[in-house]
Ligand binder design. Structure first.
Ligand code: FAD
Length: 502
């Protein structure tokens, strides 16, 4: 224990994970029960490509007391209502996974059951399901406004996230953390000393030895402590998610800024497009089993909307998660804990979840309880497993058979948990809700319908409703969404207002 019996927390790594962790620990404990030191190496640098997020990031920022307008200005952020998927179910398809609901429950039954009932027999005058989601209608019209508080208003049926410059966000959090007492040490960790199945100290290249009570491994793909020293083990998922590399390149903005991220399927992977205020982030995630890096690079450059602003940079990765993410006095957070490709922008959210769990289970008085580590490992494993299933759904539910990659993806054996989820949806349009797992039924609905999985049957209670009644409900919801979206400013106008208020 440190001075005044404070827990000495050593965070190794200063990427997004390291600074999110240090900022939260500083806000929660520093100055009272803990002293926080962060070690990072400028020479090694960060991955620095995590730019698209999910709505939970807003609650992370709010917990730290971060002012949204200040954050948007300093990280060049834009607003995000969902992700557009192009060419996934079939070439030419486009659907949006929105951050919000489709319609609203009617007598305890999901709205989409009424839409299915209304649209049966291919009724031509029934609006598409996406017309019944305000965030989709607004996104397609390039409009954005924060949701309303009134739960009866259609304007309260959605949430939003941000797209931001990851480097600027880490710098922002660094300022925040240092202002609250976090001590930053620049240096390369060269050796790790172990004790009692955990970590006793780290040694830097310059010879400095740093002791701690609790070590947080935020060292990225290197996983210096959790794997390098403690050999946690890695569960490999590359048989379900074979993409193992990405080219990333920024490009100049062209036209209006879209309030959504785009993921376009390619011949052996997919391409992201993330609009920020000052540039667009682009990347091509691909499988080296099915294409070669040169071709993947050319495909990315050929499909940029604006001029490339730098040379493309290639990153390699391995999909899966650490078998244990907390061992002894060492907790892995961020890329050191596992990696799932950024198709649904989940990595930063998994960092946030791990930090929340660490704070909840924080060793009181510095005493580590193995039951806390077991609970952390159980909960985080489940979160990773559920994200994995959701990502695999995008690949397996496809009619594409135009390349060896897609033929492999549509015929591979699936995780049993995903097979069950798809079967329940295909049979009767049911998505089970669960306590843990970030994706709510509306997300599964969006992707299942978007990837052309249509339920065989309508819920029997809805099936006995007169079709005209279901059609009237669908028409009313679509009209309300249209009206609410038309009343919103454009995304560009909303951003301009925030910038002007500086
Ligand atoms: C292609 C790609 C696209 C992505 N897109 C998204 C996205 O859109 N949304 C999203 O949520 N996430 C995304 N991610 C994930 C996201 O980038 C990471 O989750 C996030 O950046 C956190 O990384 P990290 O802090 O764990 O690791 P890193 O950024 O790699 O940081 C590691 C830190 O450890 C330090 N370090 C390493 N070794 C040593 C040593 N020996 N001594 C001292 N310091 C050391 C480094 O200097 C660095 O500071 C993407 C990832 C990839 C690969």
């Amino acid at each position: 224990m440190g001075e005044d019996s404070k827990v000495r927390i050593i965070v190794v790594g200063g990427g997004t994970a390291g600074w999110m962790t240090a900022a939260t620990l500083a806000m929660s404990f520093a100055g009272r029960v803990a002293e926080v030191t962060l070690v990072e190496s400028d020479e090694i640098g960060t991955v620095g490509v995590g730019e698209a997020t999910v709505p939970h990031i807003r609650f992370f920022n709010q917990t730290l007391g971060i002012d949204e307008a200040d954050f948007v200005r300093r990280t060049n952020a834009t607003f995000k209502l969902g992700i557009e998927f192009r060419d996934w179910g079939r070439i030419g398809d486009s659907y949006i996974h929105p951050f919000g609901d489709f319609g609203h429950e009617i007598a305890g039954l999901p709205f989409h059951q009424h839409w299915l009932h209304a649209a049966r027999d291919g009724a031509a005058d029934v609006p598409p399901l996406e017309a019944c989601s305000l965030p989709i209608v607004a996104a397609r019209a390039n409009r954005f406004a924060p949701p309303l508080d009134d739960p009866r208003a259609v304007g309260s049926t959605y949430s939003y996230a941000y797209q931001f410059d990851a480097g600027l966000y880490a710098a922002y959090l660094r300022d925040y953390a240092e202002a609250r007492g976090v001590v930053r040490i620049e240096g390369r960790v060269d050796a790790v000393e172990q004790r009692d199945g955990g970590i006793a100290a780290i040694r830097l290249a310059g010879g400095e030895r740093i002791e701690g009570d609790l070590f947080v491994d935020c060292s990225g793909f290197r996983a210096l402590l959790i794997e390098g020293a403690l050999q946690a083990g890695h569960e490999d998922w590359s048989h379900w998610l074979p993409c193992d590399a990405a080219w990333a390149v920024p490009s100049a903005n062209t036209g209006a800024l879209t309030p959504y991220t785009r993921a376009t399927a390619r011949e052996a992977g997919w391409q992201w497009r993330i609009p920020l205020q000052h540039r667009t982030g682009n990347g091509h995630v691909f499988s080296t089993r099915f294409t070669d890096p040169e071709r993947a690079r050319d495909l990315l450059l050929a499909n940029l909307e604006g001029e490339a602003l730098a040379e493309p940079r290639m990153l390699r990765f391995r999909t899966g998660r650490r078998t244990r993410q907390w061992i002894g006095n060492c907790v892995a957070i961020g890329l050191s804990a596992g990696f799932l490709e950024p198709l649904e922008s989940t990595s930063i959210h998994l960092i946030q979840l791990a930090i929340g769990k660490l704070v909840e289970l924080f060793p009181s008085g510095g005493v580590l309880d193995p039951a806390d580590a077991a609970e952390f490992n159980r909960a985080m494993a489940l979160e990773y497993d559920r994200v994995r299933d959701f990502l695999v759904l995008h690949y397996c539910a496809t009619e594409r058979d135009d390349t060896p990659f897609w033929r492999h993806m549509r015929t591979m054996a699936l995780p049993p948990s995903l097979t069950e989820t798809i079967a329940a949806f295909r049979d009767r349009g049911v998505v089970a809700s669960y306590r843990e797992g970030m994706f709510l039924p509306a997300s599964w609905l969006a992707v299942c319908y978007g990837q052309r999985i249509v339920p065989d049957r309508v819920n029997p209670l809805v099936a006995t409703t007169p079709v005209a009644e279901s059609r009237a409900r669908v028409a009313a919801v679509a009209a309300a969404c249209r009206g609410a979206a038309d009343a919103m400013p454009t995304h560009d106008a909303h951003l301009a207002r925030i910038r002007a208020a500086a």
